[in-house]
Design a protein around this ligand. Structure first.
Ligand SMILES: [Zn+2]
Length: 234
């Protein structure tokens, strides 16, 4: 079998001359233990493991090409991103989850960033389990909330994909607001837009005006009009 790494031929080690001696150093192709643990803790869905933006082909869709550029720029500039995350807004199937996960993967690999991916449905389901309890005790998911609130970079997918109860909406607001107050950067993705289209609800109607208004202060919006979107609305 051919070796993948032309430097160490997959031994994982390279010999470096130091004065008269040759010493073995880990090859740059080896994922550091720290990175392995960052990937393990990132919760990125398995189908997006190991993906990066090089494989992301926007084809002829101009807004998708712009979204890819915005993602590339975010990775290149990070952490000097002016305090702003990104909010990808586009119809189902245009590749928003993939964009989020590629950014996460690359920032772990290139800059050792601590990243967590969370999906709105998974989070609201966890939160509802707290809501059902008579005491409304948050202790079950307290650790998760703490991690999501404090992680360096949060990837928050499918924003507004289900309607939150007032209690869940409150708790998501407090989570996002904690990140805002602590200058934590967050990347969001949502199927919902700010303008009223074809009788569908707006993002603000889905997640509440309070959360939407916080997002304006935390992110720059990147709209994506995929092929599905065109067929449906234009
Ligand atoms: Zn190597």
């Amino acid at each position: 079998m051919a070796a993948h790494c032309p430097i160490c031929h997959d031994s994982g080690w390279v010999l470096v001359k130091v004065g008269e001696r040759e010493i073995a150093r880990p090859c740059s192709c080896r994922q550091s233990e720290a990175q392995t643990s960052l990937f393990t803790n990132a919760n990125i869905p398995p189908r997006f493991h190991n993906m990066d933006l090089r494989g992301f082909k926007p084809e002829k869709e101009e807004s998708l090409a712009k979204a890819k550029k915005a993602a590339e720029k975010f990775i290149a500039d990070y952490p000097a991103v002016g305090g702003y995350g990104l909010l990808f807004q586009g119809a189902t199937g245009v590749g928003k989850t993939r964009l989020l996960c590629c950014i996460g993967n690359q920032l772990i690999k290139e800059k050792n960033v601590d990243v967590v991916y969370i999906d709105w449905n998974d989070l609201t389901r966890e939160m509802r389990s707290g809501e059902d309890a008579a005491s409304r005790d948050f202790s079950n998911i307290g650790q998760l909330i703490q991690r999501l609130a404090m992680v360096e970079l949060l990837l928050f997918d499918e924003l507004g994909s289900s309607r939150p109860s007032p209690w869940v909406e409150d708790n998501i607001y407090f989570l996002i607001n904690r990140r805002y107050n602590n200058n934590r950067i967050t990347l969001f993705a949502s199927n919902f837009f700010d303008n009223k289209v074809a009788g569908e609800e707006t993002l603000s109607e889905r997640i509440g005006a309070r959360i939407r208004s916080r997002l304006y202060e935390m992110t720059r919006s990147v709209g994506i009009k995929g092929a599905d979107y065109r067929q449906k609305y234009l």
